[in-house]
Ligand binder design. Structure first.
Ligand SMILES: Nc1ncnc2c1ncn2[C@@H]1O[C@H](COP(=O)(O)OP(=O)(O)OP(=O)(O)O)[C@@H](O)[C@H]1O
Length: 296
């Protein structure tokens, strides 16, 4: 099996602090993979190392079977990083043309303007675009060489709802053409809707890995939330059978459990002081919170 990306026990240490810790990951070609994790988890550092922009402290990385620093490999990938910097005094179309010229088989200017939704802005100065439009230009530049793997670091930050939906459609059509897409995002809905595979990173380590439905099913099951009376303590709740995680927000409590039917009966039998009880099936948001909580 040839993988698009292979990381073998990769670590990155900054001034004695481990940003990425013995991370191993294999990504099959044609996958849309989302890296999720709280701020500072190590997502951007991981992507920068895969791209050859940062050197791992230890471990090995293969990109399309070769070295991330190999120019032939680099020509087959595209990246949209968090800070898109535009070139002064160039129009949108001119900027895209400049990038197209780097590649032997670029997508056409027309196609790039279309997939980034910048047809109307093509004659505007790139520096005058709004934040969301600049990110779309960043996407057009990342896609310019018709890459086999495209890396998107927080791609939809600052995009309005329409742009985001259009962007998602574009990502899906890239995946349909067999392209590998690696994205980091804080929008769990985005990961849920786009990704075949979600890898949750916390403190530089992979703490969960699976399809969105596997992540949801394996980790949380369901959630009971209620407003707890003054007598209810965290220790009492943690000790209840089947409780995976307890989250507090003021006096509002969220109990994660695989068997909420049994748990609600226990809570009532033990006469816990509860108001405004809700039972929800856990979504990706809850799964994510539970994973991060339990691995902190
Ligand atoms: N150049 C650097 N020098 C020192 N520490 C750094 C450097 N870059 C990142 N770090 C630290 O490494 C850790 C991982 O950072 P990284 O940017 O990879 O996280 P992230 O998951 O992308 O976060 P976010 O979601 O906030 O973008 C953090 O603790 C960060 O402070």
């Amino acid at each position: 099996m040839s993988y698009a990306i292979e990381l073998d026990r990769v670590s990155k240490i900054y001034q004695g602090k481990k940003a990425v810790d013995q991370l191993s990951l294999k990504v099959e070609k044609g996958t849309v993979i989302a890296l999720l994790g709280p701020n500072g988890a190590g997502k951007t550092t991981t992507i920068s190392m895969i791209l050859g922009l940062k050197q791992p402290t230890s471990g090995t990385i293969k990109l399309l079977g070769g070295s991330p620093k190999d120019i032939k490999v680099r020509n087959r990938i595209g990246a949209m990083l968090q800070d898109v910097s535009v070139i002064d005094n160039l129009k949108v179309a001119e900027t895209i043309e400049l990038f197209r010229n780097y590649y032997s088989n670029p997508l056409s200017l027309q196609e790039l303007l279309r997939i980034s939704g910048l047809e109307k802005e093509k004659d505007k100065m790139a520096a005058s675009l709004s934040g969301g439009q600049q990110r779309r230009l960043g996407f057009a530049l990342a896609a310019a060489g018709d890459p086999e793997i495209i890396f998107l670091d927080e791609p939809t930050v600052g995009m309005d709802v329409t742009s985001r939906q259009m962007f998602w459609d574009t990502i899906r059509s890239m995946a349909d053409k067999g392209r590998t897409v690696v994205l980091t995002t804080h929008y769990l809905e985005e990961a849920d809707s786009l990704a075949d595979r979600i890898v949750v990173i916390n403190q530089g380590k992979v703490v969960a890995d699976g399809s969105p439905s596997q992540i949801k099913a394996e980790t949380t099951g369901r959630v009971i939330s209620f407003t707890a009376g003054a007598s209810v303590t965290n220790d009492q709740l943690q000790a209840l059978p089947g409780v995976i995680d307890v989250e507090w927000n003021g006096r509002r409590v969220k109990l994660h459990s695989r068997d909420t039917d049994r748990l609600i009966i226990t809570l009532i039998e033990q006469r816990f002081e509860m108001k405004d009880i809700e039972i929800q099936s856990g979504g990706l948001e809850d799964a994510f919170q539970a994973i991060v909580h339990s691995t902190n």
